[in-house]
Design a protein around this ligand. Structure first.
Ligand SMILES: Cc1cc2nc3c(=O)[nH]c(=O)nc-3n(C[C@H](O)[C@H](O)[C@H](O)COP(=O)(O)OP(=O)(O)OC[C@H]3O[C@@H](n4cnc5c(N)ncnc54)[C@H](O)[C@@H]3O)c2cc1C
Length: 448
């Protein structure tokens, strides 16, 4: 793989990262992908669905640690806990992780723990880090991030309602959350929870806080687990959770009351790139499956193999173009984060967040189509992969919110470009008049 690093990245990847990239590729191809069906088979049925996790993950974790593949997402220069890779280097690794259902967790780089570890590493105090970051970094517990609520349009986080009221040395929490990813896993021990602690603050961005809520705190009820196109994503799952007089020590507040917006914004930058890179891996995997299918000598509709039907090779070519273009967009964003931090790379992160899932979905959809009925069944990884990546157009904010922000920023140039174009038009009119006087142009000035 290291010899296939895109040109944009090649001089920015260290020798150590190149070596690690080769180890990641081998680990994913030889250990994780073969383990994926075992993982699915080990998920419990009925009442046991949410009370244990597949043991094959633990075996993969032992192997990954031996290979030195652990927590690679914590970028060097940004976190003192980093194992030493840049966002760009980890991006290249995450692409391989995205080819397998088990790989990200096996190397302790799975969402939402990655974003949650970043929050704790960046904003947590020493006691919070000891209690929660350490076991998360060791991969012995898991976590969930609770922002979205069923009763409000949560893509606008000023709407978040969960009430946080101070009572002595505690905060008391009441409200509802849903799409709490990871809450189904019995190893999920901590909910990083956003709520409203100061609802009358005139600044709508200072009303929210983020607090650490141990998952076993009295008053918490997981009402149900949500499905994604019918998949329940067990053992991880997406919870619909109620908080009723949930009492949490004030020392569990992250950063301080009113700092919630700052924290959620800091959490989402690199995480979006991780999702995007994994999506590219999933798209590459789908293209591989499509190539296998169209070269299958037993499948000859209308007397020819699929690869001999013109439209199919066009699908292959379009898929290659879309994957390669998407990869460049993500790597560009990763480079920008490395150089300027997430705040300096907001445009590039948004470009990747919007473009990559759509490109990956196009590729996976073509692969599904090439398989006929098998494509939507459990006999290929394609249907599950499509369902998972489709959610990335919603999770971490729907496309429209990012597009609106990007459009607004791009449109800031509106007045300046209008002035430039009008100036050019005036200069052109003047020039035209000169040539007309000299009779070197006949007739009226043509429209551009
Ligand atoms: C699989 C999955 C996992 C998730 N995991 C988590 C998690 O772990 N933690 C968590 O807190 N949340 C999670 N979410 C929730 C996700 O972040 C929200 O669903 C998303 O932010 C949208 O919020 P909403 O569902 O309240 O939709 P709403 O805010 O009600 O928006 C509905 C739709 O309105 C449209 N819209 C919104 N704003 C605009 C605009 N400005 N212009 C035009 N149209 C607009 C969009 O099309 C949007 O999809 C997850 C969601 C999914 C599907």
């Amino acid at each position: 793989m290291s010899d296939r690093i895109p040109v944009i990245a090649v001089n920015r990847v260290s020798e150590n990262a190149k070596k690690t990239l080769d180890i990641v590729r081998k680990f994913v191809e030889e250990k994780c992908i073969p383990a994926d069906p075992i993982f699915s088979a080990q998920i419990g049925e009925g009442a046991q669905r949410w009370d244990h996790h597949p043991s094959v993950i633990d075996d993969l974790k032992v192997e990954a640690r031996k290979l030195g593949l652990w927590n690679m997402f914590l970028a060097k220069g940004h976190y003192k806990e980093s194992p030493g890779f840049s966002n760009l280097e980890y991006g290249l690794m995450a692409e391989w992780l995205g080819r397998s259902r088990t790989a990200s967790e096996a190397v302790n780089c799975a969402a939402p723990d990655t974003g949650n570890m970043e929050v704790l590493a960046k904003y947590g105090n020493e006691a919070q880090k000891q209690q929660w970051l350490k076991p998360l970094m060791d991969g012995v517990i898991r976590s969930a991030f609770l922002m979205t609520e069923p009763d409000v349009a949560s893509s606008d986080a000023t709407n978040i309602q969960l009430s946080m009221k101070r009572d002595g040395n505690d905060w008391v929490l009441n409200g509802n959350k849903w799409w709490s990813s990871g809450a189904g896993d019995p190893r999920c021990k901590i909910y990083i929870t956003m709520g409203k602690s100061d609802p009358t603050n005139p600044d709508p961005y200072k009303q929210q806080s983020v607090i650490l809520v141990p998952a076993d705190t009295p008053g918490i009820t997981i009402n149900r687990m949500l499905t994604v196109y019918g998949y329940d994503d067990a053992p991880h799952g997406h919870g619909h959770i109620t908080f009723k007089n949930v009492r949490v020590p004030a020392s569990n507040m992250v950063l301080g009351p009113g700092r919630g917006f700052e924290i959620i914004q800091g959490r989402l930058g690199p995480g979006r790139i991780h999702h995007a890179m994994r999506s590219i891996g999933a798209a590459e995997q789908a293209l591989d499956w499509m190539l296998m299918r169209i070269n299958d000598p037993k499948k000859t509709p209308f007397g020819k193999q699929l690869k001999e039907h013109g439209v199919i090779l066009e699908w292959v070519a379009k898929s290659r173009i879309e994957i390669d273009a998407a990869r460049l967009i993500v790597l560009n964003a990763a480079i920008k984060i490395d150089e300027l931090g997430a705040k300096g790379a907001l445009k590039e992160i948004a470009e990747a967040k919007v473009l990559v899932p759509q490109a990956a979905l196009n590729v996976i959809d073509r692969a599904i189509q090439s398989f006929g009925g098998a494509g939507v069944s459990q006999d290929t990884p394609l249907a599950y992969s499509w369902a998972g990546i489709r959610t990335l157009r919603l999770a971490d904010g729907p496309d429209e919110v990012h597009l609106q922000q990007m459009g607004r920023n791009e449109n800031k140039r509106g007045a300046a470009v209008t002035a430039t174009i009008n100036k050019q038009k005036a200069a052109s009119d003047q020039l035209f008049a000169q040539y007309r006087v000299a009779r070197e142009v006949p007739g009226p000035k043509p429209r551009l």
